[in-house]
Write a protein that binds this ligand. Sequence first.
Ligand SMILES: Cc1ncc(COP(=O)(O)O)c(C=O)c1O
Length: 459
Amino acid sequence: MTGYTKDQIDQMKKDDMRYFLHPTSSIADIESWGGPKIIEEGSGIRIKSVEGKTYIDCGAGLWLNNVGFGRTELAEVAKQQMEKLSYFQTFNGYSHPLAIEVAKRVAGMIPMDNPRIFFTSGGSESNDTAYKLARMYWYLQGKPSKNNIIARTKAYHGVSYGAVSATSLPGFWDGFRPLVPGFHHIEHPHCYFCPWGKEQGSCDLECTDALEQKILELGEDNVAAFTAEPVIGTGGAIVPPEGYYQRIREICDKYNVLFIADEVITGFGRTGKMFGMMHWGVKPDIMMMAKGITSGYIPMGAVGISERVFDPIKAHGIFMHGYTYSGHPVACAVALKNIDIVEEENLAVNAHVKGEQLRTGIRDLMLPCIGEVRGIGLMNAVQLVQNAENRTKFNSNIGFAKRVSAIAWENGLALRPLVDDGLQLSPALVITETDVIELVEKLGRSIEQAHFEFLGNQL
Ligand SMILES: Cc1ncc(COP(=O)(O)O)c(C=O)c1O
């Protein structure tokens, strides 16, 4: 059942096309469909369109809905907090009980030494905050030339000017130059398409040498920090090889470079542990968080700041940076309850177990155009290839993953294509075994249909 008539839905679509500029969406696609896909409701891992059809949300929104849709307890705490104190600033020496509680709770969870927490409204703001902290740290050490930041290809760190300068995915820089100066990129690790032509397990982690080389090229005295997503997200759910981050940490320490981990997706259980860096026992100097901190029920982000980075700022006396919504009381109320749910329902463990089941199920489909099924916990991607034997990619102009996603929508899956013919599979962490079976069956059917069509067009 839906609350809208066909005429109302048609009008909504027209109004959307007339008034709404969507983030990172093809305007031509929306127009060719006669309007956007309008989602009206959500429950658990599923969403419902205004036409009344239900879909499995394979991406958990934008990798963020850890606890699933329809959690009335989150709505309840938000309502209570709005009634009690809808907003107050945390600038100018003000605080409020829930911001203090979230800071203490998050500081106690993240793999960092005696961290302080800074609040933001989302991932891009957390990233900008982290780069400013890194540059200020070296400035306060009397080393202002240590201001370059090294990121990686295929990185996604957001779209504000600092964050987009660290991001390195097709299209995000076009028309927006000049970017923020001082951002550099090294090749990201991806064993399946190893840029160094090596095989996993028999290499010398050449992907980490790339960082050392870049630091030497720029000069140790000019590098503030290296930043990475523990597991590359939007770039394709790419898990680094074993030992990668341990060596990265050693290189950062050797050259006195801060290590900044962007845990915006990987935080709060998604990878099967509470934070991504916990898989490798590596502690960053600064950590960015957002998304899963509230499961997207309300915008919020945070930055973890190690004692090392905080101490000089304390001595300096002020961090001249902040957002109106830093530590918003309603967001803090939702964050606390959301973290309770993630912990009480063991959602990180469920992510680990269902992630294994999902990857095994997809591999067992044995489809010739599935090259790699990769991921960790419930942060996964299917790599579609034209020829799995020699890992030949589809011609990117064909947009095979895009075609699979379009067919999957008809089959009841909200599925997002990633760059280079990947498919994002990161459902809410509450997914059940039965849900996984349904998802795999619908995905397999969609890929087969698209491949059949592709082969037909080749004739
Ligand atoms: C790793 C990572 N960092 C930062 C961001 C930017 O977050 P936001 O869109 O909340 O600004 C994202 C968003 O997808 C992300 O995946």
